[in-house]
Design a protein around this ligand. Structure first.
Ligand code: 13P
Length: 267
């Protein structure tokens, strides 16, 4: 059975010392098995130490980027081979900050997804429209292009392992998230599109999550939407109190949704 996803992207908000302190607090507060798929994405420099601290918990560790090549003259890049040596499980690919500030393209996103899958890492593939595209009603068109480009040559067996993170660029780093019904509409569309690309019927096997100013005030509504399998959170996941409270809301809201869906199926 699916568990809700709760991903926490630390971006470049924490120094290594701060990251380790935070990981220690997570370990103390979340010791046992969890009814949720949890991951945190620290900066590269903190990954090994955060992984060591979180060993034995249900919180997995990932990175925020990687190179599409394994070795060679790629100054400043990080190889998937090194990530494997560090036992990293997840790799974020195509975040809007990497696309807009660091020149990530659909082509490199596609190459990175392929390379990550070749080595057994789980890509968190980020996508989302800009405000102008939303205003021109082009979000779905843009997302179709981003998704088809990113998945070019990726077989179904791999595609169903990816975490698809819909993060509208206009909702990242803001006061509030996208409206839950808008996020639902787009994530439902993404699920259908994935099903269509891979010739499946409903696409329920794909994991599609929402990111962009998720907070304590909106997380319950977001998780209760039928097509939202989880959330990917930046700032609001960086305080232990907020993280813990959010985790409780996610688990609670998810179990209510599952019960409701079962009830609907039986009727
Ligand atoms: P915020 O939650 O800070 O808006 O960041 C979202 C995000 O970019 C997660 O990848």
């Amino acid at each position: 059975m699916k568990k809700p996803v709760f991903g926490s992207g630390w971006k470049m908000f924490l120094t290594d010392k701060e990251a380790m302190n935070y990981a220690q607090r997570l370990k103390e507060n979340i010791p046992g098995e969890q009814d949720a798929e949890l991951f945190v994405l620290p900066s590269f420099t903190a990954v090994e130490r955060v992984t060591a601290i979180l060993a034995g918990t249900d919180i997995n560790v990932g990175v925020q980027n990687m190179c599409w090549e394994e070795k060679g003259a790629f100054t400043g890049e990080v190889s998937v081979l090194s990530l494997k040596e560090m036992a990293v499980k997840y790799v974020e690919i195509g975040h809007s900050e990497r696309r807009t500030l660091f020149g990530e393209t659909d082509r490199t996103v596609n190459l990175k997804i392929g390379k990550a899958m070749e080595h057994g890492l789980v890509p968190i593939f980020c996508m989302g429209e800009e405000l102008q595209e939303k205003e021109k009603n082009l979000a779905k068109e843009l997302l179709s292009i981003e998704i088809k480009n990113a998945l070019h040559g990726i077989p179904y067996a791999d595609a169903k392992k990816i975490i698809y993170a819909y993060e509208p660029v206009w909702a990242i780093g803001m006061e509030d998230s996208a409206q839950p019904d808008y996020a639902q509409e787009i994530l439902g569309f993404i699920r259908q599109l994935l099903a269509q690309i891979y010739g499946r019927s409903e696409g329920t096997e794909f994991t599609v999550v929402y990111g962009g100013s998720v907070s304590l005030k909106n997380v319950e509504k977001l998780i209760s939407q039928p097509d939202i399998d989880g959330v990917f959170v930046g700032r609001a996941s960086l305080s232990i109190e907020s993280y813990m409270e959010m985790l409780d809301i996610i688990k609670d809201s998810w179990s209510k949704k599952v019960k409701k869906q079962r009830g609907d199926d039986e009727n």
